[in-house]
Design a protein. Structure first.
Lengths: 384, 369
């Protein structure tokens, strides 16, 4: 009996020694769950300025009740100068009492100087690609200016920049003013075309962020910016428009009336024709939508199908204009095929592609891009 | 000497073959085939599946001519004793090699995703000792373990890709058959590492109860392996395109990482998948391990294979920790699976078959004389 007791006692002691799993735990408020990262170059030296932003976990845990220690700020931003992105995240622990964790990063903002420097941009991309922690679903964005300026600001709408950007991206289909590309798609494009891609653009206003337009990356280097209209033209050409509005002008009594066409459905199909060395790329777009505004002076006219036909025609012209602008931008300014024409040829017309693939960049500039648009107005709102 | 407890059914062996084949290879298979066969990786996998099926049935046919004997015993009748002993030693070492590589890759992946501060030696040793515990008890517990783990291996792998179905771009598989034939065949060759495992048929035949069903079972199991591989390559290449897939180390994990799970509150699901993948590796390791031990036991004619289980651990452990880095691990697995596997899967069955034919011819001549 006594021996049995001793045995049990020994068992409990051994178990409590060998079976405790929490010896290296980190409490949740001692972790910094990074939500957004900003990357800039440090002027006149071969270094990066990396800014990390993470929410104040103690503040979240505390909820609305006051009291307890810690700062009341909802999130913190810290900048550090370092040789590489990885060493930035490590060296930060000399200045921070929390353990950085990058697995929840939602957004990475690149400063303009990073994308203008080919070597540095490739280093950054590789660092993101190799990382075990970073998610493939995060959003990579470029800002014309310093990423640090965006990261260090306080935004009243949503202090957590990562979540803010994430939510803005969720609404991409409402406007089609910026491409809804996450890191996964950008890096796929860069791998597929050896360094060409489109990256959404971010700018900061007084109290808020704004994502609109995009940057053209050619051969790992910034080759130009797309403004809102060009960006929408690019999205029409690649079949990415899912919603948004097209505004055209109708003649009024005095001034022209601006009329919005609210897109709710788009069907895109592509084909390629080749006539004696000249490639013709034809995009056929069929779109449906509503007219949501007109004017009081024209009350009663909207039930007239003739007016609607004119409006449909004007919508088509406007879409064609956007496409023209975007195509010119890519063919004449940036001189890079981000419209997926080469990709389309390679996959569907491999024999044609074999003829042109060696000097595709030159051939692309002479490709005739033709848009066949047909717009259909389905509804006119609640007034005749 | 096979006692009655060591008898298994044909269905169980089929599941064991499936579990042995599906191992560490699934992580890197899409990038290996994409690198060589480009957008036609799926076709390369399908062709490799048919070839595997053919050679698996070939090995099975040769084994079925000697229903009471394993490879070690019948090969000495066919290719003379000294050569047979040598080939058996190499065969045993070859199986050990795969235990080591699987254990090493398992350790590397686990260290990265789940246990960053645990030394890799501990991860490998834990895996080896767990397998040793199972292997000691012989073939019946092994096939039972395979049966139990089978649904846990297959179902999550099939389900995890469902949310990605609208992210698939079918154009990623175009153009069809525009790849050079040599590159395509190379693409078939690099899948060998993912398809090895059916060599256990050299050894397992005498332990099967209803042998007449084994042919059908092997057909099913290799067909299902091929289906699973095609499924994985379809989704990874469908999501990434072949150019990006070919540049990744473990495209399967990367694909799982980049899928959006709309209904789940969990964001990074690769940790969960790692846990499930552990079963996949475990089934491969214990199967290779058992047959390596069995081959050695038959070779030195010990009555119980279990004496040899523990002494094998240091050998496997040392092989597993020899490669310096993950890059050299894949270099060695590539070498082993191109040269050794081709020998055991393709060349050896042909040699055995020819020598059977020659012996038969001799016999007939003798009878005539």
């Amino acid at each position: 009996m006594k021996r049995l007791k001793f045995f049990f006692f020994a068992l409990i002691i051994t178990a409590s020694i060998i079976l405790n799993g929490c010896w290296d735990k980190v409490e949740i408020e001692d972790r910094a769950f990074v939500m957004a990262i900003g990357i800039d170059l440090f002027p006149e030296s071969n270094k990066y300025v990396v800014t990390f932003q993470f929410p104040n976990a103690a503040q979240i845990a505390k909820g609305t009740s006051s009291g307890g220690g810690g700062s009341d700020k909802a999130s913190f931003s810290v900048s550090i100068v370092a040789d590489t992105i990885f060493s930035a995240s490590r060296h930060l622990s000399t200045r921070l009492n929390k353990a950085l964790y990058l697995g929840h990063t939602q957004a990475i903002i690149l400063g303009e100087d990073v994308v203008e420097n080919k070597e540095k941009f490739q280093e950054v991309l590789d660092s993101l690609d190799r990382s075990y922690e970073l998610s493939r679903k995060l959003h990579l964005i470029v800002t014309p200016g310093k990423a640090q300026d965006i990261m260090l600001k306080d935004y009243t709408i949503e202090p957590n920049i990562g979540a803010y950007i994430q939510d803005v991206f969720k609404q991409s289909r409402r406007t089609s003013l910026f491409p809804n590309l996450d890191y996964n798609k950008i890096i796929k494009s860069i791998h597929d075309t050896d360094g060409n891609s489109i990256i959404p653009k971010i700018i900061s206003g007084k109290d808020e962020l704004r994502i609109s337009g995009s940057a053209i990356i050619k051969n790992y280097k910034l080759a130009g910016w797309l403004d809102n209209e060009e960006n929408m033209g690019y999205m029409w050409l690649t079949g990415n428009v899912k919603g948004g509005d097209v505004t055209f002008e109708m003649p009024g009594d005095g001034e022209d009336i601006k009329v919005p066409f609210d897109i709710f459905n788009v069907v895109t199909s592509k084909r390629v024709e080749e006539h004696n060395g000249k490639i013709k790329y034809i995009v056929k777009i069929v779109t449906e939508g509503d007219i949501t505004e007109y004017t009081f002076e024209k009350h009663g006219q909207m039930m007239n199908t003739k007016i609607l036909n004119i409006m449909e025609k004007k919508t088509e012209d406007k879409i064609k204009m956007m496409i023209k602008k975007a195509a010119d931008k890519f063919q004449k300014d940036a001189k890079v095929d981000m419209l997926g024409i080469g990709d389309y040829l390679e996959k569907y017309h491999p024999n044609v592609w074999d003829k042109y693939k060696d000097n595709w960049n030159e051939v692309f500039q002479d490709v005739e891009i033709k848009a066949e648009v047909s717009a259909h107005i389905r509804r006119i709102g609640l007034f005749r | 000497m096979i006692n009655n407890n060591d008898k298994v059914t044909a269905n169980q062996v089929s599941i064991l073959v499936f579990n042995t084949i599906v191992g560490a290879g699934i992580l890197s298979l899409p990038s290996d085939v994409s690198k060589e066969a480009g957008p036609n990786g799926i076709l390369a996998v399908i062709l490799a599946g048919f070839l595997s099926l053919f050679f698996a049935r070939f090995i099975l046919y040769i084994s079925s001519l000697f229903p009471k004997e394993t490879f070690v015993e019948y090969s000495s009748k066919l290719i003379t004793k000294p050569i047979s002993v040598f080939v058996s030693i190499v065969f045993s070492f070859y199986l050990l090699l795969f235990v080591s590589f699987d254990a090493r890759i398992f350790g590397e992946v686990l260290k990265i995703y789940l246990l960053p501060t645990t030394p890799i030696e501990i991860i490998i040793l834990t895996m080896l000792f767990t397998s040793a515990y199972l292997v000691r008890y012989g073939i019946e517990p092994i096939v039972r373990m395979s049966e139990i783990l089978f649904p846990f291996i297959v179902l999550p792998l099939l389900i995890v890709f469902f949310p990605a179905i609208n992210e698939i771009d079918m154009a990623n598989f175009l153009p069809l058959l525009k790849v050079e034939p040599i590159k395509f065949l190379k693409g078939v060759l690099v899948t060998t590492y993912s398809f090895v495992g059916f060599e256990i048929l050299y050894m397992v035949y005498p332990y099967v109860k209803n042998r007449e069903k084994l042919k059908k079972g092997i057909n099913y199991s290799i067909a299902f392996v091929t289906f699973l591989y095609v499924y994985i390559v379809f989704f990874t290449v469908g999501i990434f395109g072949h150019k990006e897939t070919s540049e990744q180390l473990w495209p399967l994990l990367m694909a799982i990482k980049s899928i959006n799970y709309p209904i789940f509150f969990v964001e990074n699901i690769e940790g969960i998948m790692m846990g499930i993948w552990t079963f996949t590796i475990f089934t491969s390791i214990f199967s290779f391990y058992y047959f390596a031990v069995l081959t050695t036991a038959k070779l030195i004619k010990v009555r119980e294979h279990s004496y040899l289980v523990i002494p094998m651990i240091p050998i496997m452990f040392l092989i597993a920790i020899i490669p310096d880095s993950i890059a050299s691990v894949y270099k060695y697995t590539g070498l082993a699976s191109t040269y050794l596997s081709i020998f055991f899967i393709v060349i050896l069955p042909v040699i055995l078959f020819l020598s059977i034919k020659i012996r038969k011819g001799d016999k007939r001549d003798n009878e005539k004389a």
